[in-house]
Ligand binder design. Structure first.
Ligand SMILES: [Zn+2]
Length: 362
């Protein structure tokens, strides 16, 4: 059996993903938009000419047994119920554990964690998004002391409510250069900002409160790093900016998500800090050269620090393509490196995450 065939047999722990939308896209452009980080519908027709999308259409068509055109793939999708279509693609990934960020998509348009477990035929568990908690508290009119209490309580009780990790999107708000904000600064920021989590002292305060509440019995903390949608100021999402936080919370495992184009910076952090782990989710499947990203990731970082995730959101096609391309890229890259390729792949696809998130042996 070739290495790629062997890797297809290894069950995946997808430690960071999102739920699927309950409804099909209404138009071809909306379908294209699901493969893009752009929320601007004028951008979506350009998706049709992107390398990763074109290859994706070929790979999906091969799986579904339809013509390799976007119209044919969309037609196949629309002929099935959304959950049935999703089950076909998610079950083909061989995922055994699926961890879902509870901050996106909005629950009213997405499948629940329990429904995702049934669709994917695997264990599904939630990840608590810190900023979701804070935004809900602010929307209910919380002042700084109430906001702080709410964040601390939710985080401290997360493990007992079945959460397997925390997630922060500080990168999307005010960036990863998180400062130690005083309560006074937060109070001023809150007065100025109204009910929104926008001002830097407030965003930083919320994250620091959450990390302090988590420190006694820490859950892994997933950190959005690198590219994403247009909400982001990319240089502020460089994971190297996290250094002071990583050193302050040295017993807390930080898992850097996505990382592109700062894969090397993330690899350096994982090289020097025992409490730093990372993935190249979202980067794979979106970049045209996934193997190159793995090469960069493993230039400095030990194999035991890198883990698989899809970061798939909204569309089942992304779960399928993420799993397919991670395995293809690992099968390309690991034989170039010293060590047992199959053992390395097993660590990255499954064992590293099982150890970090404390999954009981099957
Ligand atoms: Zn995500």
């Amino acid at each position: 059996m070739g290495l790629l065939e062997t890797l297809r047999q290894i069950p995946l722990v997808d430690h960071h993903a999102h739920s699927l939308l309950r409804a099909h896209p209404a138009t071809l452009d909306e379908f294209r938009g699901l493969f893009s980080e752009s929320a601007d519908s004028r951008q979506w027709r350009h998706v049709a000419t992107a390398v990763s999308y074109r290859r994706g259409i070929e790979q999906l068509a091969a799986k579904l047994g339809c013509e390799a055109t976007e119209e044919a793939v969309l037609g196949f999708r629309l002929a099935a119920a959304p959950a049935d279509y999703a089950a076909r693609l998610l079950r083909a990934t061989g995922t055994e554990e699926l961890y879902l960020d509870d901050g996106f998509p909005p629950p009213e348009v997405a499948f629940s964690v329990e429904e995702m477990s049934r669709i994917a035929e695997c264990a599904a568990r939630p990840v608590l998004r810190i900023e979701r908690v804070a935004e809900e508290a602010l929307a209910e009119g919380a002042d700084p002391p109430a906001l702080r209490d709410r964040v601390r309580e939710e985080v401290a009780g997360a493990r007992s409510r079945g959460y397997v990790g925390l997630k922060t999107i500080a990168a999307y708000r005010t960036g990863l250069a998180v400062a130690r904000a005083s309560g006074e600064e937060a109070e001023e920021a809150l007065a100025a900002a109204g009910a929104r989590l926008e001002a830097k002292p407030l965003v930083d305060l919320v994250l620091c409160e959450a990390l302090e509440a988590n420190a006694a019995d820490p859950l892994p903390v997933q950190v959005h790093a690198g590219f994403g949608d247009a909400d982001l100021l990319l240089p502020a999402a460089n994971p190297a900016l996290l250094k002071p936080l990583i050193e302050r919370f040295r017993e807390t495992p930080f898992v850097l998500l996505h990382c592109y184009p700062y894969v090397r910076e993330a690899g350096w952090l994982a090289h020097v800090y025992p409490n730093v782990f990372f993935d190249v989710s979202l980067t794979i499947p979106h970049v045209a050269r996934p193997a190159e990203m793995l090469r960069q990731a493993l230039e400095l970082a030990p194999v035991s620090k890198l883990m698989y995730a899809s970061d798939a959101a909204r569309a089942p096609e992304l779960f399928f393509l993420g799993a397919l391309r991670w395995r293809e890229a690992l099968a390309d890259v690991l034989p170039e490196l010293p060590g047992d390729s199959e053992a390395g792949a097993r660590a990255i696809l499954r064992e590293n995450a099982r150890a970090l998130y404390g999954v009981e042996p099957a």
